[in-house]
Design a protein around this ligand. Structure first.
Ligand code: ATP
Ligand code: MG
Length: 350
């Protein structure tokens, strides 16, 4: 029960590609693409999320589709506010949007400007009190890591717009990075690589479809449907769509592999900064990977080999940030006043 029973409490993971919303004691109630479709003729928003994505896929010409976040941060304030208002309203259903208390997360190494932008977008969307945490605290909690232990745990979230990685111990972040690399940068590399090698100009959306279809950084792993293909609609339909692009798929894993190397370098850099004792501990215990891109086959071994820290992909990797925020929301009293330190003893993942 919240302190003020008429104020709803909501947790929201505002990702570059996907938004998840959970209501206190009500579970995750929204999982939608972070997209807004506007009518070309009068610039008014006409659709959000899955519906906006369908319009993009169908090439509906009366609308243009905006992704309000880029690289994990608010890039279009108006579109972000409009989208977040829609999702908050959807999450609260018939409960009035009476300035809910909102718990959210910003990239671990975000600048103050981008942190403020996220809070401002949520306020403009109708939020009352906004509590914003560093993302890796939430993600590690959602991945089931013992972040309050005296030893160090590491979480590496590779989403669409950012790679957000941190070493955590005793409920705090000892070192972390947020770099603008993730699924979208792999799609971008495919657009460029396929144009250079095969002269075919792909949209980012088509490049993402190809990445999901091939789903690998390693040519020897690239022949079967990717993990989660069953949820992507009919796999053979996708295969037919992809054939229609006329792209030689054999070259795709190499392009994706090369585009993953800057991510490996950033992670190596982070790990090299850690004290030798912590590094050797992580070399034994390993790190946990989350985010949609962590599901790319071969990526965990590639990153493990490059960094010397073995990598395991979390269960339900795309939900970890949300599940962590939800667990923290259900135990908000455990947050200290500066909003950073969390006592994880009381937290359970529900
Ligand atoms: N099986 C898969 N293989 C490879 N990539 C995948 C797979 N499934 C999803 N992705 C990619 O994961 C990304 C979406 O992941 P996620 O929802 O974690 O991102 P996000 O939280 O919205 O972004 P961010 O946290 O970076 O702001 C997309 O780029 C998508 O193409
Ligand atoms: Mg994310």
């Amino acid at each position: 029960m919240s302190l003020l029973p008429w104020v709803s409490e909501v947790a929201i993971d505002v990702g570059t590609a996907n938004v998840h919303v959970a209501v206190k004691d009500g579970g995750v109630v929204v999982r939608e693409p972070a997209l807004v479709a506007y009518r070309v003729s009068n610039d008014t928003p006409v659709a959000f999320g899955t519906e906006a994505k369908q319009m993009l896929e169908q090439g509906v010409t009366e609308v243009y589709v905006v992704q309000p976040l880029q690289a994990g941060v608010v890039a279009d304030m108006n579109a972000a506010a409009v989208m977040l208002r829609h999702y908050l309203q959807k999450a609260l259903g018939r409960r009035p949007l009476f300035s809910p208390t909102v718990l959210t997360a910003y990239p671990t190494a975000a600048t103050q400007v981008s942190r403020r932008a996220l809070v401002q977008a949520l306020r403009a969307a109708g939020a009352g009190r906004v509590i914003a945490l560093q993302k890796s605290l939430a993600t590690a909690t959602g991945a089931g890591l013992a972040v309050d232990a005296a030893t160090t745990a590491m979480v590496i979230d590779i989403g669409a717009g950012t790679t957000d990685a941190a070493a955590l111990s005793m409920g705090m972040i000892s070192d972390g990075i947020s770099v603008p690399l993730g699924g979208a940068s792999l799609d971008e590399a495919l657009v460029r690589g396929i144009k250079r090698q095969q002269g075919i100009r792909l949209s980012h959306h088509a490049a993402e479809e190809i990445k999901l279809h091939v789903g690998s950084v390693d040519p020897s792993l690239a022949s079967s449907p990717p993990a989660g293909a069953a949820n992507m609609g009919s796999f053979s339909d996708k295969a037919d769509d992809i054939k229609a692009f006329g792209v030689q798929l054999d070259e795709v894993p190499d392009i994706i592999h090369d585009a993953c190397m800057p991510i490996a370098e950033e992670l190596s850099w982070l790990i090299e900064q850690l004290p030798a004792k912590v590094r050797s501990h992580l070399g034994t215990t390993g790190a946990v990977m989350t985010g949609g891109t962590s599901q790319l086959r071969g990526l965990s071994s590639l990153l493990g080999n490059r960094t010397g820290v073995p990598m395991a992909v979390a269960t339900d990797p795309m939900s970890c940030t949300m599940l962590g925020l939800q667990a923290i929301l259900n135990n908000l009293h455990a947050l200290s006043l500066d909003g950073r330190r969390v006592s994880f003893a009381a937290l359970t993942r529900s």
